[in-house]
Design a protein around this ligand. Structure first.
Ligand SMILES: *[C@@H]1O[C@H](CO)[C@@H](O)[C@H](O)[C@H]1NC(C)=O
Ligand SMILES: *[C@@H]1O[C@H](CO)[C@@H](O)[C@H](O)[C@H]1NC(C)=O
Ligand SMILES: *[C@@H]1O[C@H](CO)[C@@H](O)[C@H](O)[C@H]1NC(C)=O
Ligand SMILES: *[C@@H]1O[C@H](CO)[C@@H](O)[C@H](O)[C@H]1NC(C)=O
Length: 303
């Protein structure tokens, strides 16, 4: 944070500031992208650098970013029923993390050497290449209708190092199940927040110690206006439901037990579905502070 502040001061003294102070709001707070949060209420309890993710001059979703970890705490978005194929992965970065006065749109990585301020301020392709971790979307392209909305999820500020055993296995299944459940029974907006749980201690990093690896991923949705003629087995998943997924087969089984019958490739990467209350209990335990994902637990403005 102090680095960002000194850059702002630098920009001032360099004399190209005045307008940048206004338009750099995209990485200062969530005030211009509150539409991605239920009741315009971002999760409480986590601190980081807010990014209103912009692509082709439109806000697409919101991310709370950790400059120190060079990866996000969470991304928040509104679900839309997907259409068409997964777009080609063109990875992008957030210029405003490096230069507060830069334009607000995310930019595809250019070929060739990168600006050193960009490399310093965020994860880059090189961090993930040849690592044993894949790029795990928090906001997945699967949960969006338009091509641009889908393409905008391919920014490194929206991904964390995720083991392929999770990303291509139980976690992907969770994304698909949420997709089908919401598409079938959510009648209004579905607000989704997906984030990470850090290790308690001695956490692994990608090579060069630049990008922190999370121990777990979590996700929760809030669909206040849903079809009340739910089949019996879906009664407990509305208006809100949550899950935590393992990202390390060596983690203890207190939060998410391991199923021994899972295919070897995916074993140890289980996802446990749970109530929002249970998720918030685990978050409180790990972050040592009360964390509220949705306004009033998503329960008061039932429509
Ligand atoms: C990745 O590994 C390959 C094969 O070992 C090597 O040729 C390449 O330079 C590596 N790339 C990076 C970015 O480390
Ligand atoms: C997502 O949900 C839509 C609507 O039900 C469905 O057409 C599509 O096949 C689903 N996609 C996946 C990958 O599950
Ligand atoms: C609600 O679900 C029932 C049973 O699946 C279905 O018959 C009905 O058309 C749905 N209502 C709406 C408004 O989607
Ligand atoms: C799990 O622990 C074993 C033994 O310490 C180690 O060899 C292995 O690399 C670890 N696996 C992961 C995914 O960290």
């Amino acid at each position: 944070m102090s680095r960002l502040c000194s850059r702002i001061v630098l920009a001032f003294t360099a004399g190209y500031c005045c307008c940048c102070c206004l338009c750099s709001a995209d990485v200062v707070d969530f005030s211009v992208c509150l539409q991605f949060f239920y009741n315009a209420w971002p999760p409480k309890g986590l601190t980081g650098t807010p990014i209103c993710q912009r692509f082709y001059n439109q806000h697409r979703f919101a991310t709370l970013y950790s400059r120190q970890r060079r990866s996000p705490w969470f991304s928040a978005y509104v679900y839309t029923v997907p259409l068409g194929k997964r777009p080609r992965a063109t990875w992008k970065f957030e210029p405003q993390l490096a230069y507060p006065g830069a334009g607000g749109n995310m930019i595809p990585f250019p070929p060739g050497p990168l600006d050193q301020n960009v490399v310093e301020s965020q994860a880059v392709d090189q961090d993930y290449i040849n690592s044993t971790y894949s790029r795990g979307h928090l906001n997945p392209s699967l949960h969006h209708r338009s091509h641009k909305a889908r393409a905008s999820t391919f920014t490194l500020t929206n991904v964390v190092p995720q083991k392929p055993g999770s990303n291509d296995g139980p976690w992907e299944l969770l994304e698909q199940t949420v997709n089908k459940t919401i598409a079938a029974y959510c009648l209004g907006e579905a607000y989704i927040v997906t984030g990470i749980i850090p290790y308690r201690s001695s956490e692994p990093w990608l090579k060069n110690h630049r990008v922190a690896v999370p121990e777990y991923m979590w996700s929760a949705y809030c669909c206040p206006n849903y079809n009340h003629s739910l089949p019996e087995e879906l009664r407990e998943v509305f208006p809100t439901y949550a899950a935590i997924g393992r990202n390390d087969p060596n983690s203890t089984e207190e939060i998410v037990p391991i199923s021994k019958s899972t295919k070897k490739q995916f074993r140890g990467y289980d996802v446990r579905r749970m109530s929002l209350e249970t998720l918030e209990m685990y978050l409180k335990d790990r972050f040592n502070t009360v964390i509220k994902v949705f306004y009033e637990q998503c329960n008061t403005l039932d429509g």
